[in-house]
Design a protein around this ligand. Structure first.
Ligand code: FES
Length: 126
């Protein structure tokens, strides 16, 4: 693999990148593509940050390095007409129409309780 000037092998050492040392159990992505944003997906994103932080589960600078759930944004995945879309990995579960008031249920039942929230399921990876 080639390294450009700003990324020599030493500077790119994975041990210097905290996320590679994290004990992550899940990655939650909230779509902030234009259609989902029009359906207030940023409020949904903020609700995930808030609820996961309250539960001590949020990884990263909004939470802590001890957190086990990484939340990030994504571009469109094609659920534009029924957004906001939320994806949970490694399960590969996509939720649709996720409003801020749905977030506590997803966190408690799915991310903590391992039971996906059926009423919001749009797609499950085969
Ligand atoms: S904009 Fe979010 S799924 Fe298309």
């Amino acid at each position: 693999m080639e390294h450009h000037d700003a990324c020599q092998p030493n500077a790119c050492s994975l041990t210097k990148v905290p996320v590679t040392q994290a004990n992550l159990t899940r990655h939650v992505l909230v779509c902030t593509g234009s259609a989902c944003r029009q359906n207030q997906s940023e409020a949904t994103l903020e609700a995930f940050w808030k609820v996961l932080k309250e539960r001590g589960l949020l990884y990263g600078k909004r939470g802590s390095l001890e957190g086990s759930i990484l939340v990030s944004t994504s571009g469109s995945i094609g659920l534009c007409a029924v957004g906001p879309a939320v994806m949970v990995y490694p399960e590969g579960i996509w939720y649709y129409g996720v409003q801020p008031e749905d977030v506590e249920q997803i966190v408690d039942e799915h991310l903590i309780g391992d039971q996906p929230v059926e009423r919001l399921l749009a797609y499950t990876f085969k």
